[in-house]
Design a protein around this ligand. Structure first.
Ligand code: S3P
Length: 443
């Protein structure tokens, strides 16, 4: 089967209801929390994508048993001190920054060196942002070029609490330090720029010794050493980041409507909704519920012919960080010039996404002006593409692939998009879901 996809036509109007897979951030966190919990944890609707499978393989290497049965997966937790550290352990985080970074927080007590490796994309990403704070607990690191994978971690049996100021708005950095703090003596104090707070909510749900004060610009998190974590049964809601592709497809299509069922709408993840609504999109949350401290709802979205440009407030960035590739497509069709700033972190993802976004937009005939961390997009409400576009060599970034598919279906042109397999990272049935939408078939 060729690993490319060609798209030659825009999508016709649709009116449909879909379900997208489980949330990736919650799935990886469930695997990690369950591995240090005591007793059997069960999950339903766990995202079975390569990132999450890599997390499962990682905890198995640490001696944790995992079993699968239909839609239910069980992890036989070993307790906070239960990992079996063997000599010459190697963990492969593959493409997953979340796994690679979060798991290091749990490994800071390993008596033997553990090697952490990843794929080509992950090996280009910054791990110093994790080794710096975790070293302060007392763990030791050796990184390639002082910054990259492969790295080696050697832990310590005498870990001290730390004070840590997280300034990037990175939930991965914050979460890794929270995991480290669970194993360190005393109280760790984290001052963190706001970012997704699933780790904190899970700590609270599990009644771990954590306190969180929401301040104006930062959260102040205090966490003490943990002696026992109970098991964690979880029914994972759908992923808003996977939903985002179809939300944007609907906004950009004519006379269409889509309902996406049972999506996690944690307010630290709904930046895309706030941004698109400011641009004029019609999006509603229905059947709102709270599940284990997290909000979830059905998302209803309708087409919009009159989109307005946005001067996007930087405070919305972290809540939409994985969605900018598709948000930029909406800006391409909006009336006026949109401006997105303080987006340096976008170039720290699976590929340098700010650069890729600009390349794709320019290929589509959209004018942009950019700096290292900002982009102006000159929108055109009549944008219609009538040329060949080839998307390749983008470090197999799953979101670049899916955003390109949405661009092709929304604006036309003859697209060849390489590395279809990249969707296995976060949304293995992306193309099947798209087919259902196209054929107006319901889940
Ligand atoms: C994630 C945090 C974000 C996000 C990533 C998932 C998480 O990364 O981009 O896809 O689950 O904690 P950063 O923490 O680096 O911003």
């Amino acid at each position: 089967m060729p690993n490319t996809i060609t798209i030659k036509e825009k999508i016709n109007n649709f009116n449909n209801e879909i379900i997208v897979p489980g949330d990736k951030s919650l799935s990886i966190r469930w695997v990690l929390f369950s591995s240090i919990g005591t007793g059997v944890s069960k999950a339903k609707n766990l995202l079975m994508s390569d990132d999450v499978i890599a997390a499962i393989n990682a905890i198995k290497k640490l001696g944790v048993k995992v079993s699968f049965k239909k839609n239910e997966i069980k992890i036989y937790g070993k307790g906070i001190k239960g990992f079996k550290y063997k000599k010459n352990l190697k963990i492969n985080a593959q493409n997953s920054g979340t796994l690679g970074r979060l798991i290091l927080g749990l490994l800071i007590d390993t008596p033997f060196p553990i090697k952490l490796i990843g794929d080509k994309s992950l090996s280009k990403r910054d791990f110093k942002r994790i080794s710096d704070p975790l070293s302060k607990f007392g763990a030791n690191f050796k990184l390639k070029n002082n910054k990259h994978l492969p790295l080696k971690i050697i832990g310590s049996s005498n870990l001290n609490s730390i004070k840590y100021f997280e300034k990037k708005g990175s939930a991965q950095c914050k979460s890794s330090v929270i995991f480290g703090a669970m194993k360190a003596n005393g109280t760790t104090i984290i001052k963190a720029k706001q970012s997704r707070d699933h780790t904190e909510l899970l700590c609270k749900y599990l009644k771990l010794p954590i306190s969180i004060k929401k301040k104006k610009k930062y959260d102040e998190i205090k966490i003490k050493k943990v002696s026992l974590i109970k098991n964690l049964n979880y029914d994972i809601p759908s992923d808003i980041s996977s939903s985002a592709f179809f939300i944007v497809l609907t906004v950009l299509s004519k006379n269409s409507k889509l309902i996406i069922k049972n999506v996690n709408i944690n307010p630290s993840r709904t930046g895309i909704i706030t941004i698109l609504k400011k641009m004029g999109a019609k999006i509603l949350f229905k059947n709102l519920q709270i599940y284990k401290g997290e909000k979830k709802a059905d998302i209803e979205v309708k087409s919009c012919d009159k989109l307005k440009a946005i001067n996007c407030p930087a405070k919305l960035n972290s809540g939409a960080i994985d969605e900018f590739l598709v948000i930029f497509l909406v800006a391409a069709k909006a009336n006026g010039i949109s401006y997105f700033k303080d987006l340096g972190e976008l170039n720290q993802k699976e590929s340098p996404r700010l650069k890729w976004a600009e390349k794709i937009l320019n290929n589509m005939g959209v004018k942009t002006v950019s700096t290292q961390d900002s982009i102006k997009i000159f929108g055109n409400p009549n944008l219609n593409i009538d040329k060949k576009i080839i998307i390749k060599n983008y470090l197999k970034d799953h979101r670049v692939f899916m955003a390109s598919v949405i661009a092709a279906l929304s604006f036309g042109g003859k697209w060849t998009i390489h590395d279809k397999d990249s969707i296995k990272t976060s949304f293995p049935n992306f193309l099947e879901t798209l087919k259902k939408i196209k054929n107006n078939k319901r889940d």
